[in-house]
Design a binder for this molecule. Structure first.
Ligand code: MN
Length: 258
């Protein structure tokens, strides 16, 4: 049984009318990992170790073992990652319904604001202005915050100072707006985590984590190439590894875009 919509979709992917954009950064030992205050356990860097490569250990095959924290590189934050989302029956990587792993994307360009101010915070007013130009942010869609942060070198990417990291992110009221008034699917960023660098000092702290996951919604961090997506009209596939009771995972995020 065939379906016209799917046949047309794949026809347009193969003739280039629909472009496929990889929103993922490469994973290796230099991939930046979020640092926590020193009293807490840290997440290790990505590590790759060879099992065999066409040698005595495996004459015709090459493979590696890898290890990393679940929240490494371009990665998915499941609701179960945060204390506010820990009790959702469908809130871990193995229990999220698969239809929620595909969604339309609203891309909010705040690259100029972020270049000027590394502590830039996205607000609901900014989103309402964006909606005036591009239409309402529909329920069940992704909101992706384009900061061009992925174009920075490793040190400027994490952007640590004595008082902690300085990276852009969402304000508290922005997260309240997106969870309660827009009922989005999740919130994605180009920075190392979905919250601003200084969000430890917000009330509540870490609003993207506290409010998104508290409302059974997702996060995507360390995305790249958001500058290649239109404000509206792209669809992203973001499917984390099916780790049993996982809190998230590195993943490949693929966008289909006109
Ligand atoms: Mn994370």
């Amino acid at each position: 049984m065939t379906n016209e919509t799917l046949t047309k979709l794949m026809g347009e992917v193969s003739n280039g009318a629909i472009r496929v954009v990889d929103l993922t950064i490469s994973l290796d030992e230099n991939t930046p990992v979020i640092g926590l205050p020193e009293e807490f356990e840290q997440s290790p860097a990505f590590k790759l170790e060879q099992i065999s490569q066409f040698d005595d250990k495996g004459p015709a095959w090459y493979w590696n073992r890898f290890s990393c924290g679940e929240h490494t590189g371009t990665h998915f934050d499941a609701p179960g990652h945060w204390v506010t989302g820990k009790d959702y029956a469908d809130g871990c990587t193995d229990t999220i319904p698969p239809e929620k792993l595909i969604g339309a994307a609203n891309v909010i360009d705040v690259s100029a604001e972020s270049a000027e101010n590394p502590d830039y915070l996205l607000t609901s007013d900014k989103l309402k202005n964006w909606e005036a130009d591009h239409g309402k942010i529909e329920p069940g869609t992704w909101v992706l915050m384009r900061t061009d942060w992925s174009k920075r070198g490793p040190e400027d990417f994490l952007n640590y100072a004595e008082d902690g990291p300085h990276t852009p992110g969402p304000s508290v009221e922005c997260m309240e707006f997106l969870t309660t008034e827009r009922d989005i699917l999740g919130f994605g960023v180009e920075t190392v985590g979905t919250d601003a660098g200084q969000a430890f000092a917000f009330e509540p702290a870490f609003p993207a984590h506290t409010l998104m996951h508290g409302n059974n919604k997702f996060g995507l961090a360390s995305l790249t190439k958001l500058d290649q997506l239109p404000p509206k009209g792209a669809v992203i596939v973001a499917a984390p590894l099916k780790i049993t009771h996982g809190s998230g995972s590195p993943l490949r995020v693929i966008a289909l875009t006109p």
